[in-house]
Every structure is written in structure tokens, then in C-alpha cells.
Design a protein around this ligand. Structure first.
Ligand code: SF4
Ligand code: SF4
Length: 70
């Protein structure tokens, strides 16, 4: 398992890089530009900018994203 954790004061985003295909849906739907792709995997590099809308969790086709607020 290769689960990356991105921790903010009030929430944590976990991305399972074994499931992530680099589809980029999370990058496209996030209104706060939280995600970026590096080497075909998603990173929630700007986790502090999240507004807890949960769009990324819904959009990911492989259910790779877990969000403690969603
Ligand atoms: S939407 Fe899911 S599979 Fe696509 S890049 Fe984001 S985390 Fe990876
Ligand atoms: S919950 Fe919304 S704002 Fe937060 S990372 Fe996901 S899409 Fe972006």
C-alpha cells in the first residue's frame, strides 16, 4: 500500500497511489487548486487551501481519495 497523507489543522486527505491512475479529475474539479500531478500521481500539495467541498472524493474514478471531512 502506498497511501500518501496530507495533513491540515482540521482535516487530512489521503491518496492511495496504488489506486491513483493520474486521471487528473481531482485536479480539474477542485475549486481551490489543492491537487497537482507529479510523475502520474496526485498530491494534495495545497491541503491548507481546501474548502471541504468533497468534489474530489466524488470525482475520483478509482476511489483513491479519502477525506476526513467527506
Ligand atoms: S482523480 Fe483519483 S485517480 Fe485521478 S489523479 Fe486524482 S486521485 Fe488519481
Ligand atoms: S474537498 Fe473540495 S476543496 Fe478540498 S481538496 Fe477536495 S475538491 Fe478540493
Amino acid at each position: 500500500m502506498s497511501i500518501k497523507e496530507f495533513v491540515s489543522d482540521d482535516w487530512t486527505i489521503k491518496i492511495d497511489h496504488d489506486k491513483c491512475t493520474g486521471a487528473g479529475d481531482c485536479v480539474d474539479v477542485c475549486p481551490s487548486d489543492v491537487f497537482e500531478l507529479k510523475d502520474g500521481k496526485s498530491f494534495a500539495s495545497n491541503v491548507d487551501d481546501c474548502i471541504e467541498c468533497c468534489a474530489c472524493v466524488t470525482a475520483c474514478p478509482t476511489e483513491a481519495i479519502e477525506h476526513t471531512s467527506c
